[in-house]
Ligand binder design. Structure first.
Ligand SMILES: NC(=O)c1ccc[n+]([C@@H]2O[C@H](COP(=O)([O-])OP(=O)(O)OC[C@H]3O[C@@H](n4cnc5c(N)ncnc54)[C@H](OP(=O)(O)O)[C@@H]3O)[C@@H](O)[C@H]2O)c1
Length: 247
């Protein structure tokens, strides 16, 4: 499949799933622009980038305008930037809920809105959110993250209906635990809060997946690549679980 001539923005493209997805889409011929807050991290990927906080709608619009000037209209957005905080519900204050919704839900809203007019003009587009199995089921101690990821799945389903006649598809990819820096931080957190060793914490999280392993970033990237294909043009409004059967 060739994505030649297609300009795609990948948020959170400086690390983990976003970096791998940007690489895979770029190898398929797309012009890829990556977004994130840490410039040094973005620079490691050797791709055009914009430094931008996805929670800031005005900054997102400016970053998309600058990217558009460099590489043309934006017909694909992989809304991958996200963050996870964990705590028991009783100790999750309203600010924690707000910050989880800001980055994991409104960050998606901002980047999809910033590209919509280009996609409508092209009568073709792909909006993809990297949600989570936490958008499809509950987990203990991550109520704010789960609520935000469920909201992303709801947004995806609603927008897929609204845009169905425009040539644009809207889908969410919902992976289980993926081997990325975010997972490393979760394991550090478990180690800090319990007496478990790092190795035991890793084994325990891997065992949540019936295949007893972590999803690899390339599996998410290849799923996104497939969603960009013409073969996937009828796939619209889905929340595709990549979880070894967990969901
Ligand atoms: N790892 C897992 O187990 C797992 C499982 C299911 C779903 N996911 C989802 O997968 C996505 C990618 O996460 P990952 O695992 O690859 O972790 P990661 O390496 O921590 O990547 C998260 C990326 O998002 C960017 N980001 C965070 N907040 C941002 C903001 N406000 N504005 C712009 N960029 C922001 C970060 O860059 P900067 O800090 O430089 O901004 C970073 O590059 C997330 O949406 C996550 O919820 C992860």
């Amino acid at each position: 499949m060739s994505l030649w001539g297609k300009h795609i923005v990948v948020t959170g493209g400086g690390s983990g799933v976003g970096a791998e997805t940007a690489k895979v889409l770029s190898l398929a011929g797309a012009s890829v622009t990556i977004l994130g807050r840490r410039e040094a991290q973005l620079q490691t990927q050797s791709l055009p980038y914009q430094v931008c906080d996805v929670t800031d709608a005005a900054a997102v619009r400016a970053a998309f305008e600058a990217a558009r000037k460099k590489s043309g209209p934006i017909v694909g957005v992989v809304a991958n930037a996200g963050a996870a905080e964990s705590a028991p519900f009783q100790r999750t204050d309203i600010e924690a809920f707000r910050s989880m919704m800001e980055v994991n839900l409104l960050g998606v809203v901002n980047v999809w809105q910033a590209a919509l007019s280009d996609m409508k003009a092209a009568e073709w587009g792909r909006m993809i959110a990297i949600a989570s199995t936490a958008g499809l089921k509950g987990y203990s101690y991550v109520s704010a993250y789960c609520a935000a990821k469920h909201a992303v799945v709801g947004l995806t389903r609603a927008l897929a209906q609204e845009l169905a006649m425009t040539g644009i598809t809207v889908n969410a990819i919902c992976p289980g635990f993926i081997d990325t820096p975010m997972l490393d931080r979760s394991i550090d957190n478990i180690v800090a809060k319990t007496r478990m060793s790092g190795d035991k914490a890793r084994l325990s999280l891997a065992s949540v997946n019936p295949q007893n392993r972590f999803i690899q970033p390339t599996e998410v990237a290849q799923t996104a690549l497939w969603l960009f294909s013409e073969a996937a043009k009828s796939v619209n409004g889905h929340a595709l679980a990549l979880s070894g059967g967990e969901v």
